[in-house]
Design a protein around this ligand. Structure first.
Ligand code: MG
Length: 160
């Protein structure tokens, strides 16, 4: 029997002048980027939290605390690899994922193909935090599948 789990992730980072902008592991040409302890890849952070949430493995802030100098400026691709390694270790793999990015500027269309995990993007009509170009929000949802019933996350085990 194949088991399924859904995970949802969300992250938000402020935008500031003079910082690099990374989304889905791609450096987007921009004079502004995301304020963060890591490289600020808000899309990957949301995806990591979706993966972790699907299996009740905690969250990205718990795994990679911003108080730890080891993660200063780290590529979020490395964080995603570690998160997915943990998911795989438990016997699960990604069936599908979808990432929605709300960002006023720059336009991401030229970069979508390069941002392989991104299936949808959306812009607001200059409303709120995102519309004022003050920040970026990302929602991610992921579906995991597992072909081994013994790989259920701990909270899913039947009560004894
Ligand atoms: Mg983050």
């Amino acid at each position: 029997m194949i088991e399924f789990r859904i995970g949802q992730g969300y992250d938000v980072h402020r935008i500031a002048d003079g910082l690099p902008m990374y989304l889905c592991g791609v450096q987007i040409p921009s004079e502004r980027g995301f304020v963060a302890h890591s490289d600020g890849d808000v899309a990957i952070h949301a995806l990591c939290d979706a993966l972790l949430g699907a299996l009740a493995l905690g969250d990205i802030g718990h795994l990679f605390p911003d108080s730890d100098p080891a993660y200063k400026g780290i590529s979020s691709i490395l964080l995603l690899k570690e998160v997915y390694r943990r998911v795989r270790e438990k016997g699960w793999s990604i069936a599908n994922c979808d990432v929605t990015i709300a960002l006023q500027a720059p336009k991401l269309a030229p970069h979508i193909l390069q941002m392989r995990t991104t299936l949808a993007d959306a812009t607001t009509e200059r409303l709120g935090f995102v519309g004022r170009s003050e920040g970026c929000e990302v929602w991610a949802v992921v579906l995991l599948l597992c072909k081994s019933a013994s790989a259920l996350p701990p909270r899913m085990e039947p009560a004894k």
